[in-house]
Design a protein around this ligand. Structure first.
Ligand code: ADP
Length: 283
């Protein structure tokens, strides 16, 4: 799951010395299920991820140290920017950004020109409307209920004995069996009862995916999403949900490489801009 990716230059510092411009920054997304770290030096980034575990601060610091070493940093990152569900639990963070700001920034970097972002992570789902230059115009978010999130899918996968990263493969091409329950607890009972009735796992999983896609499309409908639409967060790795969400929205959704790192990438890019602003003031 860990990967290293080099990206082309996006932000070029204008008034920094070579030495200053080498000062990399870090973006850390402390998610509900996974922690992602991105080190960015103005021209390329390195991204790593780890399960959140029971001590997110310790996990984040260890991952930051590993990623910094991998990036060949001779000094700690100049700025450590955090985002995500646990963004306030890192005492050494220099700056904190909201998830909407970082996911918008990261998605626009990964899918240049996108006008809408759907992000479905472990604990929430959000839709973000962007201007042509990538600024947030409006957003909607479900962070009150697990239904329609990665946690819902993980719970259903457990009930069905299918790992969450295999759900997509089971469901593709299957005729969805309608799932009526919206609540995670009731949906779990419904799934167990369907298994006892002999309904195939593939049809049940396809039905669950259809319900996540319907729920997400109805949540973002008031923002009238128009293409290009970027789909980010862990659930974007489920190919069947990608298909069903595209159908519900009436437009294809684009899943960029590193879609799961969008929040951490956005935090690193915003940190870099912040660092550039600071240096301009000092120039
Ligand atoms: P968070 O930032 O809250 O930790 P993520 O954006 O990392 O959330 O998404 C985590 C969710 O993504 C998990 O709950 C799981 O349902 C889903 N997920 C993770 N990996 C995969 C995968 N390979 N295929 C499909 N779904 C996945």
């Amino acid at each position: 799951m860990d990967r290293i990716v080099l990206k082309t230059k996006e932000f070029m510092p204008r008034c920094l010395t070579t030495e200053q411009s080498a000062g990399a920054v870090a973006g850390i997304d402390l998610g509900s299920t996974r922690i992602k770290v991105v080190i960015y030096n103005g021209s390329s980034y390195i991204a790593r991820m780890s399960d959140a575990a029971w001590d997110p601060e310790k996990t984040a610091l260890e991952l930051l140290a590993e990623t910094s070493q991998e990036a060949g940093l001779s000094a700690p990152p100049r700025i450590i920017a955090t985002t995500g569900y646990g963004r306030r639990c890192l005492a050494t963070a220099t700056i904190t950004f909201t998830e909407i700001a970082t996911h918008a920034k990261g998605a626009f970097f990964l899918v240049p020109g996108c006008r809408f972002v759907v992000d479905i992570g472990g604990q929430d789902a959000k839709g973000i409307l962007l201007s042509s230059d990538g600024h947030v115009e409006d957003f909607v978010m479900n962070d009150k209920c697990a239904a329609g999130t990665g946690r819902f899918l993980s719970a259903m996968g457990q009930a069905l004995g299918v790992p969450v990263d295999h759900l997509g493969a089971y469901a593709i091409g299957a005729e969805p069996h309608r799932i009526n329950a919206m609540c995670t607890v009731f949906a779990e009972s419904e799934v167990i009862s369907l298994i006892h009735q002999g309904v195939s796992r593939n049809a049940i999983i396809a039905g669950l995916h259809a319900s996540v896609a319907r729920r997400t499309a109805s949540m973002v409908a008031s923002l009238h999403p128009e293409p290009p639409i970027a789909f980010t967060g862990g659930v974007s790795q489920n190919a069947d949900i990608v298909q069903k969400l595209s159908k519900e929205l009436g437009h294809p959704v684009i899943v960029p490489h590193d879609a799961v790192y969008a929040g951490a990438i956005g935090a690193a890019l915003l940190a870099w801009e912040h660092h550039r602003e600071q240096d301009k003031k000092e120039c």
